[in-house]
Design a protein around this ligand. Structure first.
Ligand code: UDX
Length: 448
């Protein structure tokens, strides 16, 4: 099938590449000429396992093309995916200007039937706005052409986006008519061969499904972070509590890992946007607001622990930081807890020696001018001459370091683990004091 995709960000690019991989003819459109030039040469602007290979072979096979020409993009496909950004406004609501602008573009250039599909995460009711935008352009041109609007939200996890797209848990299709149903069945047929994962519903329900899924996952995390703070105060170990409750299949083991807060491009933005939507319809979304507040507070927990350990005297100290991305297997730093920590440390007069397996360039781009930051080539270099080690992201290569070497390199033998990746005795055995999240009385001292 012929498919056009507007926006070559994370979602657009993964969608385009994966649809081309299963045989569709996909044109990806973006306004950024430099980006399009690079993509044509097989250079992928984001780090996502498997994506570059798919883009390179589908481009070579002629099934995936890139363009900056909106008219060409509208004419290419019967199926038109909108996958442009919806950044949060100052008040937390999603900014729809790019989505509406693409809808207008489609209305301006279309000459036959189109299915206009919202893939971007958009507030409930956006389908109506997209429909109105396409229709107003058609009215302006004085032409009558058929089109349908569909909501088809994505549920891709960064770092596993290609795998998630290829083997989806579900494909949500929100539509109020039969014609796009049939077409989308065909688009997604290759992903439904073993069993049909498609769930059809109306547009508003599809839009809300996306927010509800992310808000539910964020709620699980904030809930566990709250339990971890209680565990610390009560002398309990949240890791035992986690296993204890996860064994109940109604609760499950997934997404109940306590830590230094959730980050990324989705959870913080989507929880805020849904809370904003609730306010707009005069519903007091107490739980959603609390999820957000707990997370904001949790992003400060590591700093509080470090500051407490050094009795508030951080000026002139150097902190080694392992892990900068908001989670492993990505270079994405959006809303990463590491950023809150670094900014607080700098404000307190401390220096940071940081290492991340993938996010060094991104950190340089964001904080290159910061005098208190030294980016190090390896995790060992980050330790040299530092007063303490803080782990912010659970990358595999941080999971079993040589703790004797860590102890020898640090001026104060102390490790702050923001993701509970170590067993306390594995750290303290080497003469290090260990602080984790929600584990017992908050501190494991060096074994006597
Ligand atoms: C998320 C959703 O999982 C995905 O379905 C949606 O399409 C986009 O948003 P992503 O942002 O890539 O995906 O990251 P995810 O793996 O869900 O993690 C989000 C954050 O939660 C990370 O900061 C992670 O460290 C944190 N997290 C996750 C926890 O703190 N504890 C957990 O148990 C799980």
């Amino acid at each position: 099938m012929k498919i056009s995709i507007f926006g070559t960000g994370y979602v657009g690019l993964v969608t385009g590449a994966c649809l081309a991989d299963v045989g569709h003819h996909v044109l990806c459109m973006d306004v950024d000429q430099e980006k399009v030039d690079k993509l044509r040469d097989g250079i992928v602007p984001i780090y996502e396992p498997g994506l570059e290979t798919i883009i390179q072979h589908t481009t070579e096979a002629g099934r995936l093309t890139f363009s900056t020409d909106t008219e060409e993009a509208v004419n290419h496909g019967e199926i038109q995916f909108i996958a442009v950004g919806t950044p949060p406004d100052e008040d937390g609501s999603a900014d729809l200007q790019y989505v509406v602008s693409v809808a207008r573009t489609i209305g301006r250039h279309m000459s036959d039937y189109k299915v206009v599909i919202d893939k971007s995460t958009v507030p409930v009711g956006t389908g109506d706005k997209v429909k109105a935008a396409v229709q107003s352009e058609l009215d302006h041109r004085g032409v009558e052409l058929p089109f349908d609007v569909v909501s088809n939200p994505e549920f891709l996890k960064e770092g596993a986006a290609v795998a998630d797209f290829m083997k989806p848990d579900r494909i949500i299709i929100g539509t109020d008519s039969e014609r796009p149903r049939a077409l989308l069945r065909e688009v997604y047929y290759p992903f439904n061969r073993s069993h049909d994962r498609t769930i059809f519903m109306d547009i508003r329900s599809a839009e809300l499904t996306k927010y509800a899924a992310n808000a539910m996952l964020a709620t699980k995390i904030s809930f566990m972070n709250e339990v971890s703070n209680l565990a610390e105060r009560l002398g309990a170990d949240v890791e035992d509590v986690r296993r204890g409750i996860g064994s109940d299949p109604r609760i499950g083991y997934h997404f109940i890992y306590p830590g230094c807060g959730y980050g990324g491009s989705c959870f913080p933005k989507d929880v805020k946007a849904l809370a904003r939507t609730a306010r707009d319809c005069d519903y007091p979304a107490h739980l959603l607001n609390a999820v957000e507040q707990v997370n904001e507070a949790q992003k400060h927990v590591l700093f509080d622990k470090v500051s407490h350990y050094f009795r508030g005297e951080l000026s002139g100290r150097t902190i080694a930081l392992w892990g900068l991305s908001f989670k492993p297997n990505t270079d994405d730093m959006r809303e990463a807890p590491s950023r809150t920590l670094m900014e607080q440390l700098w404000q307190a007069g401390a220096r940071v020696q940081a290492f991340d397996p993938e996010a060094m360039e991104e950190t340089q781009r964001l904080y290159g001018d910061e005098a208190g930051l030294q980016l190090c080539g390896t995790k060992e270099q980050a330790l040299k001459g530092a007063d303490a080690l803080v782990v912010c992201t659970e990358w595999k290569e941080f999971r079993s370091p040589d703790f004797a070497q860590v102890a020898a390199a640090l001026a104060s033998p102390v490790v702050f683990d923001g993701r509970n990746i170590y067993a306390p005795e594995m750290v303290t055995r080497h003469g290090l004091t260990y602080y984790a999240i929600g584990r017992g009385c908050n501190q494991f001292s060096v074994a006597e």
